[in-house]
Design a protein around this ligand. Structure first.
Ligand code: UD1
Ligand code: CA
Length: 449
């Protein structure tokens, strides 16, 4: 039997934040969510998340799962106290108890598996993960005696000599739960922080073992925003390296961010300051950026999007967007279309080869194939209460500065006169024009006397 406890009750004072530490995010996902996901892949019988500080907020951040239980630790008197509280709440304390700090978010399932295997092999009471850190500041130092762990001393309790030890405790432990429950009550708080330390269990349990793991970033703990940004960098580097090996070029890697779920095809170039977020899928031979943000969208092959923002939309093949376009949710831009400079598109479908090249707002519209929307065209889709649709048929030619007062339905091959305010539907092949005739008043400029 495998139970998991995730320690997430602390405030995270060093984050200097009103948000509980474990709810801070890296690459779009909270620290706690990441730890939970690594644990769920172990297929444990139970996961106990220990919450305390702003427990409601922490609990609400996790979607329901029948294997996840929340335990409230109040007050938060240390990591050992958290497990004391858990032990009181849970009756059946048998099998293995894997304990993880909620602020070590990059831990991999395979590393946890290695720990569990070692624990079984050694028939240990406690097994834990260690690593050698170039800069061990802030971590508990692990002292070994032969195969066993002699003690763990927290940074604040170290003497000068102990502080030199670079072997640190990663905050991830596997216990024989039955044996742990016999000694958990006797932990004391006689240390510099007056907290009950879980790390003190090593001196109370007989059979201990440790798994030393290379310090490749996976065990980075987060106590402050410097470490938060370090973790972000670690995870971003891993994501970008994966894409580079699959055929993606980054022009200025450090200035870009890519979500873990994003899929990017071959021979895509990601220019500087480009951010690909959520479950975006980009097909082959595209140029994305510079200065572009794309979230939860599909981008077909051979597209070019520069200096633009795209949310929750579908862009088909050979589409050019930008510079300075904003494609808002629920838009679909079909192949070979071109969305140009300073154009906003919302909840609209543009059929193949349509063009909206300059300074337009197209909302709640359907624009037919090969239709050209002249510069400055606006769909006035809102009457103060409701949104209305504009439909323009294929092969139409919309004059510059046309305003469509929706609802409007234009046929195919329609032309509108520049500067028209269109309030009525019109049929195929017609010209719709609504503007006053030009008057020329001669000799208007009086001769200077
Ligand atoms: C802890 C370890 C240290 C280790 C480091 C690894 C102890 C005493 N020290 O130190 O040896 O090197 O992690 O990252 O365990 N928490 C609770 N309840 C509490 C206190 C803390 O749930 O009463 C939670 C926190 O929310 C956090 C985790 O436990 O997620 C670790 O607490 P933190 O205060 O960050 O411990 P460290 O000082 O980092
Ligand atoms: Ca910590």
């Amino acid at each position: 039997m495998l139970s998991v406890a995730i320690l997430a009750a602390g405030k995270g004072t060093r984050m200097a934040s009103s948000l509980p530490k474990v709810l801070h995010k890296i690459s779009g996902k909270s620290l706690l969510q990441r730890v939970i996901e690594s644990c769920l892949r172990l297929n444990p019988d139970q996961i106990y998340v220990i919450t305390g500080h702003k427990s409601k907020e922490v609990q609400e951040s996790i979607s329901e799962n029948k294997r996840i239980n929340f335990i409230i630790q109040e007050p938060q008197s240390g990591t050992g106290h958290a497990i004391q509280v858990l032990s009181k709440e849970v009756e059946k304390k048998e099998g293995k108890l894997l304990v993880l700090n909620g602020d070590v978010p990059l831990i991999k399932t395979e590393t946890l598996n290695k720990l569990l295997n070692l624990h079984e092999l050694k028939n240990a009471d406690i097994s834990l993960i260690t690593t050698k850190k170039k800069n061990p500041h802030g971590y508990g130092r692990v002292f070994l005696k032969g195969d066993f762990i002699e003690k763990i001393v927290e940074e604040k309790d170290c003497n000068n000599q102990e502080r030199q030890n670079s072997l640190v405790n990663a905050g991830i432990y596997c216990f024989n739960w039955e044996n742990l429950s016999k000694i958990i009550g006797s932990l004391q708080s006689n240390n510099s922080q007056k907290e009950i330390y879980l790390t003190d269990t090593v001196s109370l349990l007989k059979n201990s073992s440790s798994l030393e793991v290379e310090d490749n970033g996976e065990l980075q703990g987060i106590n402050n925003r410097i470490q938060l940004s370090k973790c972000e960098e670690i995870i971003q580097n891993l994501i970008k390296e994966k894409h580079m090996l699959n055929g993606v070029t980054f022009i200025n890697k450090a200035s870009c961010s890519i979500s873990e779920e994003a899929e990017i095809g071959k021979d895509v170039t990601v220019e500087a300051n480009t951010h690909i977020r959520g479950s975006t899928k980009i097909f082959n031979d595209c140029i994305m950026g510079p200065n572009t943000f794309i979230e939860n969208s599909h981008v077909g092959s051979h597209c070019e999007i520069s200096n633009s923002t795209v949310y929750d939309s579908q862009i088909m093949d050979y589409v050019k967007i930008g510079p300075y376009s904003h494609i808002r949710p629920n838009s679909k831009i079909l192949s070979y279309s071109k969305i140009g400079n300073f154009v906003e598109i919302k909840n609209s479908q543009l059929e193949e080869e349509s063009k909206v090249n300059h300074l337009s707002y197209i909302g709640d519209s359907i624009i037919g194939r090969s239709t050209n929307i002249g510069a400055g065209t606006i769909t006035a889709n809102f009457d103060g209460k409701k949104k209305h649709q504009t439909k323009i048929g294929k092969n139409s030619s919309i004059g510059a500065n046309t305003v469509f007062v929706a609802p409007i339905n234009l046929g195919e091959s329609v032309t509108t006169g520049a500067g028209s305010v269109i309030t009525k539907d019109s049929k195929d092949n017609s010209l719709a024009i609504s503007r006053s005739k030009q008057v020329n008043i001669e000799n208007w400029k009086k001769k200077k006397s």
